[in-house]
Design a protein around this ligand. Structure first.
Ligand code: ATP
Ligand code: MG
Length: 361
């Protein structure tokens, strides 16, 4: 939370039981932006914006009626919940609820009480220094706090799927490192900028992403010149896995992440995935594996990567694509085809030596 809120000002964080209170030090802090930033912090299930008032029932009621005026007008049913951590406060929780409920009903005649399934729950919390009033919770980003799941390297393209895959794994607490393969002049500077743009959007959730851009032209040209055309894509994807695994290890990452989904393209059949999987000597996480494109797009819209993803720039996967790719490749055949490149190891060394490192904030 501190990292996410740093650009917006300084805040005080106080933890009590399962709740963390976040208070801006400067009263001019933009609270809309603050709430917006907090809804992207993984590990937070729910949050709510609260108004502060004196520990006095008159002030609490006046604050609630004013602060929650709009949602109370829009609601049909409500209930009041009270929490009293200051036991010296003269009213007990049920009394606070009764009093507040009465005042709300007298002010908003259309409202009815529903204690089981209310449109709005008005919560009053009496704490040591102040009281707080708040309405319904907002959904938090959910998931696990960043970094608690370790580090993994995502193979990021400019497409729709890999930014979504990045978000999904970051949500599970995994800190991201990114690897992108660029093949200039077949792929352009603009295509690379698009990837950086996408990573920036993912970083709004995941936090900083150390990114490695791998020069891939030589390897792709060699694949084109030396290997049978029907295996171009699968070999290219295997080499991507091998190089990514090397970078991943140097970055203390323990898995790779891709945006693949079964059957989406020829290189993503179960048979093709088996051939690429074994090129990496670490687990490969594919969180989109069982999703339809519609479902992946829905997430990409939610995290605001969709519009950038559909900008029409080439990816290295779209250069030298075979007319008839093998959809049921056998590993033996793939390895034989790959062995046509005698100098693959040296080329991979050169590619790794030539990586460009960019930290996406
Ligand atoms: P995406 O929408 O993520 O581009 P896709 O459906 O277009 O996926 P492919 O282009 O076959 O599928 O790529 C499959 C996966 O391979 C991607 O999700 C990504 O993880 C990885 N990948 C593809 N191109 C690159 C690249 N240029 N650099 C790094 N990883 C890549
Ligand atoms: Mg792609």
């Amino acid at each position: 939370m501190r990292r996410h809120l740093a650009p917006l000002g300084t805040f005080q964080f106080t933890k009590s039981q399962s709740t963390i209170m976040v208070e801006p030090e400067d009263p001019d802090t933009d609270l809309d932006d603050t709430v917006d930033a907090l809804t992207r912090v993984f590990g937070i299930a729910a949050l709510s914006r609260a108004a502060v008032c004196e520990k006095d029932i008159e002030d609490i009621a006046a604050t609630a009626l004013e602060y929650l005026k709009e949602p109370l007008e829009d609601a049909k049913t409500f209930k009041v919940e009270a929490k009293r951590s200051d036991k010296k406060f003269p009213m007990k929780s049920p009394e606070i609820c009764r009093e507040m409920g009465g005042r709300i009903l007298r002010r908003f005649h259309h409202l009815k009480v529903d204690v089981h399934n209310p449109d709005i729950t008005v919560t009053v919390e009496v704490r040591d220094r102040y009281a707080f009033v708040r309405g319904n919770n907002l959904h938090g980003a959910g998931g696990m706090p960043t970094g608690t799941g370790g580090r993994a390297a995502v193979l990021i393209s400019g497409g729709i799927d890999s930014p979504v895959a990045s978000y999904m794994m970051a949500k599970r607490g995994i800190e991201l490192v990114a690897v992108h393969f660029a093949s200039p002049p077949y792929t352009s500077e603009l295509a690379e900028m698009k990837v950086m743009e996408l990573l920036k959007k993912v970083a709004r959730y995941s936090g900083w992403i150390t990114t490695f851009v791998v020069p891939f032209t030589e390897i792709q040209e060699q694949i084109r010149d030396k290997c049978p055309e029907e295996y171009f894509t699968i070999i290219m994807r295997r080499v991507m896995m091998m190089i990514s695994a090397r970078i991943a290890k140097s970055q203390n990452c323990h898995a790779l992440i891709t945006g693949e989904s079964v059957g989406q393209v020829a290189s993503q059949t179960m048979y093709a995935l088996a051939c690429t999987d074994c090129a990496a000597d670490m687990p490969v996480f594919r969180p989109c594996i069982g999703m339809d494109k519609d479902e992946i797009i829905a997430i990409s819209r939610k995290i605001d990567t969709f519009e950038t993803s559909i900008e029409p720039y080439e990816d290295c996967c779209t250069v030298f694509t075979p007319k008839h790719p093998k959809t049921k490749p056998r590993l033996d055949d793939v390895l034989k085809a790959e062995a046509n490149m005698e100098n693959l190891d040296e080329m991979m060394d050169r590619a790794v030596a030539g990586v460009k490192k960019v930290v996406i904030k």
